[in-house]
Design a protein around this ligand. Sequence first.
Ligand code: SF4
Length: 174
Amino acid sequence: MEVIESQGNSLCKACGLCCTGHLFIWAKLRSVELDSARALGLNVIREPGQRGFNQPCPLWQGQCTIYDSPQYPRFCRTYKCKLLKEVLDETTPLPEAMAVIEQVMPMIRELDALLPVSSNNNFRERLVAEIEALEETEQHDSAKSDFLLKARALLRFYEEHFGVRDLIGQGEQK
Ligand code: SF4
């Protein structure tokens, strides 16, 4: 059991996409966690129907820096993407799961380099905004088609491997 948990930790350290704003716009917090999250430096959201913190999370430094802290948010503790669940239930061997991470990182890097410069540091939000903007324009050129092809491929990859759907929807929660 410890071996499997340690494999799960290895996968999360190699990935981090659920903390870095690549999969999610924000993550949920319980009301009792709001003050301590703010004190930890999280960008807390307190709005009707939305209680959480914006991603990317500043506490991700190659791994979660408050993993062992009593202030570790419950949603961070309980969230497991599809790939992590598969490693933990031993349906996907760790090397295969690592290969998925190795495959997705360059896809993200390539799209990130193509996105317009923005003050918004959330990759997912910027990606979705650019897809929507391009879909609305009438212009047809190869750069637009290429971007949309790659962006849609990434969204399909997210769904297939991480179980993250509805990337256009606001308020997708970690
Ligand atoms: S608190 Fe830790 S697990 Fe939660 S989003 Fe931030 S880095 Fe990730």
